[in-house]
Design a protein around this ligand. Structure first.
Ligand SMILES: Cc1ncc(COP(=O)(O)O)c(C=O)c1O
Length: 368
């Protein structure tokens, strides 16, 4: 290893994701069911708002906490949702920026952080960067949030429970009861509860529930990347107890500085955009893929997000199955990138109906 490289970078690696990119690079015109962002473009009125901001000179740093109109608009909806809670909000550089600042602000070296396995790839990496200890809780085979399993993982060193419903990579949504139980567990043990709600708009069967409804100290991290197809614009937000928000802002001031100002103006417009048609379309895509694969694959029907996490057929494992699929021109992601196990694979249904149909036909053929 190069002598200049810091020790903290050796506690995690990016080889799994790199492997997928390398495999993908070999494919000319793949059936691509690997993408973690919507297949629609940023709605036009949002594009116009960002362009207007650039043309009218709103190109400088914004305040660290974000532009006032966006914070006010978010604060209004937060207060409507949690009328009796004392919450503050700031604009982060994407949900990822919010997650990074949450770890930096709350996790001391040696602190344990509980989250479900399968997990979003960034969680273990981010918390190891801050010196934390990952405590993944196995949620196979149905990927449900089991409050008893979470309670069993708690030790005197537990600092944080990190929830993600709807989840990447499984699309599974936690029930009101499960969230309430975990929220109360965190409150009773004085454990920080962080809720990554980036997929909150992509909710297909019931209405979205946040653990913040049951625990006023929950730190909620959300953003516009997925809901408004703005992944490259890097606008997220965090709300929670004012003292925690102030600490995260202190770190933002000396790191990200602020989220890109023109795109914050785009986000002000995004708050006015009705996403109902897009969500309906994604509900139909969810049905299309689930109905298409139900006969030959084992999976939990996702209640949200745009992912499905089926078990690979046979005994070869997730990675071997993905290699076979890629050899046939279908790009999917091996489950071991998101998990300590190599038994499953992730499909994204953020794709055209035609691509989904082609992918379903090929997967069924591969499953024999
Ligand atoms: C669960 C989860 N959290 C956070 C993010 C990061 O989103 P952002 O683009 O807002 O940084 C993603 C992106 O894939 C995600 O799946």
């Amino acid at each position: 290893m190069h002598p200049w490289i810091a020790d903290r970078t050796t506690t995690f690696d990016a080889s799994g994701i790199r492997k997928v990119f390398d495999l993908a690079a070999k494919l000319k015109d793949p059936i691509n069911l690997s993408i973690g962002q919507p297949d629609f473009d940023v709605p036009e009125s949002i594009q116009d708002a960002a362009i207007d901001a650039i043309r009218s000179g709103k190109n400088a740093y914004s305040p660290t906490q974000g532009i006032a109109p966006l914070r006010e608009s978010l604060m209004q909806s937060i207060n409507a949702r949690y009328p009796s809670q004392d919450r503050d909000v700031f604009i982060s550089s994407g949900t990822s920026g919010g997650l990074m600042l949450a770890m930096m602000s709350m996790v001391n070296p040696g602190d344990e952080v509980i989250y479900l396995d399968p997990y979003f790839v960034m969680y273990p990496a981010l918390l190891k960067m801050s010196g934390g200890v990952a405590v993944p809780v196995d949620s196979y085979p149905d990927f449900e949030l089991d409050p008893d399993k979470i309670a069993a993982a708690v030790t005197p060193r537990t600092k944080m429970i990190l929830l993600n419903s709807p989840a990447n990579p499984t699309g599974v949504t936690a029930s009101r009861e499960q969230l309430e139980a975990v929220a109360q567990l965190a409150a009773s043990k004085n454990i920080a509860l962080v809720s990554d709600e980036i997929y909150s708009r992509f909710y297909y069967d019931k209405s979205f529930v946040s653990p913040a409804e049951f625990n006023p100290d929950t730190i909620v991290i959300d953003g516009f990347s997925k809901s408004h197809a703005m992944t490259g614009w890097r606008v997220g937000y965090v709300h929670g107890p004012p003292e925690i928000i102030a600490t995260m802002l202190k770190i933002q001031q000396y790191s990200f500085v602020c989220a890109p100002q023109p795109f914050q103006w785009g986000a002000v417009q995004a708050m006015q955009v009705d996403l109902q048609d897009q969500i309906e379309a994604y509900r139909r895509k969810r049905d299309l893929i689930c109905d298409g694969l139900a006969d030959r694959f084992e999976f939990t029907r996702p209640g949200g997000a745009f992912y499905l996490f089926p078990k690979a057929p046979g005994d070869a494992g997730g990675e071997a199955f993905v290699r076979t699929a890629i050899d046939r021109g279908l790009l999917i992601i091996p489950g071991n990138i998101f998990s300590d196990r190599d038994t499953h694979f992730r499909i994204s249904f953020a794709a055209s109906d035609e691509t989904i149909r082609k992918g379903v036909a090929l997967l069924n053929e591969l499953a024999g």
